[in-house]
Design a protein around this ligand. Structure first.
Ligand SMILES: Nc1ncnc2c1ncn2[C@@H]1O[C@H](COP(=O)(O)OP(=O)(O)OP(=O)(O)O)[C@@H](O)[C@H]1O
Ligand SMILES: CC(=O)N[C@H]1[C@@H]2OC[C@@H](O2)[C@@H](O)[C@@H]1O[C@H](C)C(=O)O
Length: 357
């Protein structure tokens, strides 16, 4: 506790998260409480603002824009986030102390020393009229870390009753305690590769895994995917769109399988990659939209005796937004919110940039 935020028992925070699946902007209003050095939270309100086709396209193609265009989008998206926050606050009457915004990842190249989440904090804080914390990843990358995943600080301090926390969004990422340190890494791609395949059937995603369930596992493709060098690397490690384009899709696009068989094989690949390192003991909390994919859950549970726990829907949908709200609170209190044991950075850090309205 180093400043006046540290003497507040409860802090009200709004967390905003735009994930890789591009289904929408998740907003969570959370009351975060510290009692006897133990943290707890209450999710008060939550909403997902679906992206319009136009916003989805803008964010999806942001990486090919010119410098000027990307700068303009950063500002425009910051204003958009601010307007959404304002509307949310007006509707819910949640008297928030702060907004913690992840933004939308456009580039993630920790090996080259940078990561970029757009959604200008200055625009967001001014248009929402709220104290805002954003740019949570850069500080860790500058310290030599992967800048991801960051949610494990929340897994450790808010969800410690679970041996594993798994999130199934665009990518799968898992976190767990090992020798009293939090460890975490991105396992493999999930919806970032499944959604475009489902779109071939005019569906935004493979609801409950029904399309993939109808296909057959292709052993040759499965073997090639499992042989990708990323899976042999030791953590810390993380994945991004760049890896999908350079490593995963070239293998997938070379096969002439029908789409259902491709999906079925990808499901097996995901289930194998996630379960291969589990101890077989304890409970695993599964969140993120992929948790609703009952076929994927079945395949995972068939490959491990670690018990898969699906929480209530709001936690499945909003855990990441909740944890970013928590990270914003830690940032204001000047307490550690990025774990070097997870990201491989030279040291733990208190990351995020603060904007006053
Ligand atoms: N009933 C369902 N069956 C199968 N998949 C589902 C279902 N509901 C949601 N999904 C998947 O979950 C995705 C959304 O998940 P989520 O919002 O957790 O991803 P994200 O936050 O964008 O990703 P990330 O955490 O990687 O940034 C959808 O795009 C869809 O693929
Ligand atoms: C760079 C980036 O945006 N990474 C995301 C992405 O989506 C899932 C996975 O890859 C994870 O590493 C991370 O997000 C979550 C919220 C995290 O940092 O914990």
């Amino acid at each position: 506790m180093t400043n006046s935020w540290g003497s507040r028992k409860t802090i009200k925070a709004i967390g905003m998260m735009s994930g890789t699946s591009l289904d929408g902007l998740d907003i969570a209003a959370v009351e975060i409480t510290e009692h006897d050095k133990k943290w707890s939270f209450k999710l008060q309100e939550a909403e997902t603002i679906s992206y319009t086709t136009e916003w989805k396209k803008r964010l999806q193609t942001a990486h090919i824009l010119s410098g000027t265009e990307l700068t303009a989008l950063n500002a425009k998206y910051g204003l958009f986030l601010g307007e959404q926050a304002r509307k949310f606050i007006n509707n819910t009457k949640f008297a928030t102390d702060l907004i913690a915004s992840h933004g939308h990842t456009v580039f993630h190249q920790p090996e080259n020393g940078f990561t970029l989440q757009i959604g200008s904090g200055a625009h967001l804080s001014t248009s929402s009229n709220c104290l805002t914390v954003c740019d949570f990843r850069t500080g860790d990358v500058v310290l030599g870390g992967q800048g991801a995943p960051l949610v494990p600080i929340g897994d450790r301090l808010l969800f410690s009753e679970f041996e594993y926390c798994l999130n199934l969004g665009g990518f799968a990422n898992i976190s767990y305690e090992e020798k009293e340190k939090r460890k975490a890494f991105d396992n493999c791609p999930v919806n970032i590769v499944l959604n475009p395949l489902a779109e071939k059937f005019d569906q935004p995603f493979d609801k409950n895994g029904e399309l993939g369930r109808q296909g057959k596992v292709n052993e040759a493709l499965l073997k090639k995917l499992n042989a990708l060098s990323y899976y042999r690397h030791q953590p810390p490690k993380s994945l991004g769109r760049e890896w999908i384009e350079s490593e995963f899709l070239p293998i997938l696009n070379k096969t002439e399988l029908n789409t259902r068989d491709k999906m079925r094989t990808i499901y097996e690949h995901i289930a194998l990659q996630i379960t291969k390192d589990l101890s077989g003991d304890g409970k695993m909390l599964v969140t993120g939209g992929g948790a609703f994919n009952s076929f994927l859950m079945e395949r995972m549970q068939a490959l491990t005796s670690t018990e898969i726990i699906l929480p209530e829907t709001n936690l499945i949908d909003y855990k990441e937004a909740i944890v970013f709200a928590f990270m914003g609170v830690l940032r204001l209190r000047e307490e550690i919110n990025c774990l070097a044991s997870v990201t491989g950075a030279r040291k733990n850090s208190c990351s995020g940039v603060i904007f006053l309205p």
